[in-house]
Design a binder for this molecule. Structure first.
Ligand code: NAD
Length: 374
């Protein structure tokens, strides 16, 4: 039976979800077909235009109509952060599976409420931590689990963009805690945490420092300047529950950096590294063989790294960001059809987001902050 999709939001992520659910069955074959049931955008004109463009049967400017629509089995939430909690809780209450963009919520208390509601409802939930679905990333996880680099002892990661680097950029809701929540940590740092935890296990404690680089920004109507309330940069030194150490850094004001989501894992036998801007590659060094022949080698993804082959039979032809969303959407469709549970679900996302809020807290109090890891 086809899964009825209700999509809320038609911006960057709304389009990504629409394309992903539209492609999932064609790419994978083993997932149920999707019925594009209904689409919502706050602006009525936008809703009907995008319903037509994306192939949805109905359009509305009232998100509650999506949640209550009997034709909708699965609700995709791609609206700004402050709206996720209320929309997700209503969708779960109405018995729908929920695919929500990251971060789950703007406060940790709301994220906890969402995770508790998802567990109580027993419905499939999925959060848009898309980078963990990259075949290159899944392969990295296997290499580490198989002991190829020995015992992982040190994770070094950073995620930088420059979308707030210009000091003259107008003030927006993104700078306001009650509307955006955290700054670079909520937008970017949480993705890095999702990758660090997937490779190294849970983070047990951390110390951290954050800064607001541009304290005020001009208001777009020319009436003055308003305060930036959340961090432009953050740096944390973390201890994983395994005993391994790590550093996590993020910046939204790093000129020239577009999606520099990079990490490196040092193990007792080798090193593994990855850069999102070269998302089809892993770089591996193993301390093996004659020293004169040692060196880093590049592993280019191909059909040997599932599910790459579902998209393309030829290695080296490269997947893109949208393909990660298709893998993510397919996992949700499989779960709805009784397949393996979705990950990262709301509970997983709560754990990632507890880390970014702990970074914020550690920076404020100047103390080591301990996290619950069980
Ligand atoms: P966007 O501004 O491009 O799109 C937001 C959409 O929500 C717009 O279509 C807007 O009209 C709609 N909207 C706003 N209020 C609404 C309401 N009350 N009812 C219905 N629709 C409403 O934003 P975006 O970049 O797509 O970001 C949306 C979410 O996706 C954010 O939570 C963001 O953190 C997340 N995001 C995730 C990734 C990722 O890699 N997973 C990347 C970018 C953004």
């Amino acid at each position: 039976m086809a899964v009825g999709l209700g999509l809320i939001g038609t911006g960057f992520m709304g389009k990504a979800h629409a394309l992903a659910y539209g492609a999932a069955r064609a790419v994978f074959g083993d997932v149920p077909p999707v019925r594009m049931a209904s689409l919502c955008d706050g602006e009525p004109g936008r809703a009907s235009a995008f319903a037509d463009q994306f192939g949805f049967a109905a359009a509305t400017s009232n998100w509650r109509a999506i949640v209550e629509d009997p034709d909708v089995d699965l609700v995709s939430i791609t609206t700004p952060n402050a709206l996720h909690c209320e929309m997700a809780l209503a969708a779960l209450q109405a018995g729908k599976a929920v695919h929500c963009e990251k971060p789950l919520a703007i406060t940790l208390a709301d994220a906890r409420t969402m995770a508790a509601a998802a567990e109580k409802a027993g419905l499939a939930t999925l959060v848009g931590y898309n980078y963990v679905h990259n075949p290159a990333f899944t392969h990295a996880g296997r290499l580490i689990a198989d002991g190829v680099i020995g015992r992982p002892v040190h994770f070094r990661g950073w995620v930088d963009e420059d979308y707030q680097a210009d000091p003259d950029l107008a003030w927006t809701w993104r700078a306001k805690r009650t509307e955006a929540g955290l700054g670079a940590l909520g937008d970017l740092g949480c993705h890095l945490v999702s990758m660090a935890v997937a490779l190294m296990g849970p983070i047990a404690s951390l110390i951290a420092d954050t800064q607001i680089v541009h304290a005020t920004r001009p208001l777009s109507d020319g009436s003055g300047r308003a305060a930036v309330e959340n961090e432009d940069t953050a740096s944390a030194i973390v201890r994983f529950a395994s005993g391994a150490q790590g550093t996590l850094c993020t910046s939204r004001v790093a000129w020239g950096r577009k999606n520099r989501l990079d990490w490196e894992v040092h193990g007792t036998r080798g090193t593994l590294s990855f850069s999102q801007e070269r998302m089809n590659e892993l770089t591996l060094y193993v301390n093996d063989g004659p020293a004169a022949r040692q060196g880093f080698r590049t592993i280019l993804t191909g059909p040997g790294h599932p599910p790459y082959g579902a998209f393309c039979p030829a290695p080296g032809h490269q997947l893109g960001f949208g393909d990660l969303k298709t893998i993510e959407a397919a996992s949700m469709l499989r779960a709805i059809a009784g397949g393996p549970p979705t990950r990262p679900n709301f509970t997983d996302a709560l754990a990632f987001e507890a880390v970014i809020h702990a970074i914020d807290e550690a920076s404020r109090c100047g103390q080591r902050v301990t996290l619950q890891t069980s």
